[in-house]
Ligand binder design. Structure first.
Ligand code: ATP
Length: 355
């Protein structure tokens, strides 16, 4: 298996910059999710790593070797696309074994490898079935089998679950992670779905307009978003932002929000007269009659174990995730209390977290 390193990787299509000077390392055996909305440059980044697209500038290293200008076929990478084109006239065994056959491997070895792969994916009981009659999940497993049977250095996957319905998707997310735990293949996985990325990846690169806004573990990205964009993209409902004009000096610990004193994280630079936003995740808000920061309930969404209550405040709509054991009337006045240890501050001009 292998490390993948990209350095200042850039792709221009005419005057349009699809990927801007991106750098990261995926360590041997790690699972990286490239996460972001449609058009942010995920697929282009993946295609450059695969050798299907030539970068405008920058470098790609596979296991320390510069492969930037190597052909795709010389990279020992398996690319798993969104739409799995299985060979419909072949059975499962021949579909999985096909890449080995085209490499010229001996029949006995192919047989052994295919059976090993099928056991790993728990499809050894359908090896002689035709692929055309298979259900969605089994088809995905056959396609995965075809990708892993070669034992490539790494896997690149472009929204491989994109065509599945929600129920199957959840099963396959679990299976893909299980498979990864067993074979520890270095993987780069493209998705626009934050739940998939959070559930599967060791590291996530959050992309926006061709730029990697943050690279980190799912926990880091959730707890310490580097930008308002990341804070907004991850989490459902996303982080709440309350904008204010700052009078904060280095070392200050409180701000006035709607005329109410609120304790905030200590900042380490003067930010007087900057437009800032206080960020708080819905689960770090609780309702307290004692709080002077008040608003009117706008609506609520019951989620079984808890509920999300939207509250209209002078600073905007705030969503709080609170226990479901109490119901709220529309218009009811509530006091909001934030967990001070979990608050974040952002500079609204740059969109970046305040250091
Ligand atoms: P999606 O999930 O929709 O594929 P993505 O994040 O993977 O989104 P890319 O496919 O990498 O995005 O595309 C990034 C941008 O580059 C898009 O605006 C796209 O239109 C543009 N782009 C991609 N390939 C080409 C091309 N061959 N020629 C011109 N523009 C392209």
């Amino acid at each position: 298996m292998a490390d993948i390193r990209i350095e200042n990787l850039r792709k221009e299509f005419g005057s349009f910059v699809a990927v801007q000077d991106s750098s990261f390392t995926v360590h041997d055996g790690e699972f990286l999710a490239l996460l972001g909305p449609s058009g942010c440059g995920k697929t282009t980044t993946l295609r450059m790593i695969a050798g299907l697209e030539l970068p405008s500038s920058g470098k790609i290293y596979l296991d320390g070797e510069d492969v930037t200008f190597n052909r795709a076929s010389a990279r020992d990478i398996a690319f798993v696309f969104q739409l799995f084109a299985l060979y419909p006239h072949m059975n499962v065994r021949r579909n999985i074994g096909f890449p080995l056959l085209s490499q010229g491997m001996a029949k006995a070895e192919i047989r052994q490898r295919v059976e090993e792969t099928a056991r790993l994916l728990q499809i050894d009981h359908i090896l002689n079935r035709s692929v055309s009659g298979l259900a969605g999940g089994d088809r995905q497993r056959v396609a995965l089998g075809r990708a892993i049977v070669r034992r490539p250095k790494c896997f690149l996957m472009d929204e491989p679950l994109g065509t599945l319905d929600a129920e199957f998707r959840e099963i396959m997310v679990h299976e893909l992670r299980e498979l990864h735990n067993r074979i520890h293949a270095t993987t780069v996985y493209v998705t626009h779905d934050q739940h998939e990325a959070m559930a599967m990846a060791d590291k996530i690169a959050v992309m926006n307009h061709g730029v990697i806004e943050q690279f980190g573990t799912p926990q880091e990205i959730y707890a310490k978003p580097a930008t308002m964009y990341v804070a907004d993209f991850i989490g459902s409902p996303p982080m709440n932002f309350m904008r204010f004009t700052s009078g904060l000096k280095s070392g200050d610990r409180s701000i006035l929000l709607d005329g109410v004193d609120v304790t905030v994280p200590e900042i380490h630079q003067d930010m007087v007269e900057s437009e800032l936003a206080l960020g708080v995740r819905p689960e770090h808000i609780r309702f307290s009659d004692a709080s002077a920061l008040r608003g009117a309930v706008y609506g609520s969404e019951y989620l079984g174990t808890n509920q999300v209550v939207a509250v209209e405040t002078p600073g905007g709509l705030i969503k709080a995730r609170v226990p479901a054991n109490r119901s709220f009337q529309i218009g009811e006045r509530v006091g909001l209390e934030f967990n001070p240890a979990k608050l974040a501050l952002f500079d609204c001009t740059s969109g970046r977290a305040v250091p």
